[in-house]
Design a protein around this ligand. Structure first.
Ligand SMILES: Cc1cc2nc3c(=O)[nH]c(=O)nc-3n(C[C@H](O)[C@H](O)[C@H](O)COP(=O)(O)O)c2cc1C
Length: 176
């Protein structure tokens, strides 16, 4: 069960660049796709720039709804993640195909993925970088499972190779 997470700490979830599962919904359609091309833009409210290609069904839903959820999976979901990247929501119901259970978000139509340890509800705040298929998202609500201490997130290293995180080291006393 996830609990509300402070927006001021959202950056700490994204700083290491974990692979995300982007969920979108508009009218009767919903979709989910893996996404790794994104970058933090601001601490609070947290803003993220991301690439969602025009060839992806998710882009149409993102444009239409102007909202989405960034879900952060761990290694246990690796096979479903890759499966979601191999097909399109235009042709298949990925939630059913990969048995992804969902909960309603608080502020957006896109669903929260229950098996992801964190889910960030976002609104699209800028589409000005259309040339680059980039969208600027603002996180409006964040949910994290407090029981997950060192999440074993996936970090794509290209060509289907993933690095798995999970160990934390503390260097606070050395930092300015
Ligand atoms: C590891 C991984 C990372 C990906 N990152 C992105 C990304 O950042 N942006 C993007 O547009 N597509 C990305 N993709 C491709 C989409 O996930 C893929 O095209 C997906 O099938 C689109 O589904 P849709 O048509 O249902 O939206 C990635 C795929 C994988 C496997």
């Amino acid at each position: 069960m996830k609990k509300r997470f402070p927006l001021s700490k959202v950056y700490s979830l994204l700083e290491p660049g974990p692979l995300l599962l982007l969920t979108t919904a508009h009218r009767n359609a919903s979709d989910v796709m893996p996404m790794t091309w994104y970058s933090l833009l601001a601490f609070e409210p947290p803003q993220v720039a991301c690439v969602v290609s025009a060839g992806n069904h998710s882009q149409a839903l993102l444009r239409a709804s102007k909202a989405c959820v960034l879900n952060i999976p761990t290694v246990e979901l690796a096979k479903q993640v890759v499966g979601c990247g191999n097909c399109s929501g235009a042709e298949v119901d990925k939630f059913a195909k990969f048995a992804l259970s969902c909960s309603a978000a608080e502020q957006v139509a896109a669903p929260l993925l229950d098996d992801c340890f964190a889910s960030l509800e976002c609104r699209v705040v800028d589409t000005g970088l259309r040339r680059y298929e980039q969208f600027v998202l603002e996180v409006v609500a964040a949910w994290v499972d407090p029981k997950v201490k060192d999440p074993r997130t996936l970090h794509h290293r290209g060509y289907g190779k993933f690095m798995v995180a999970g160990e934390s080291i503390k260097l606070r006393s050395r930092m300015r």
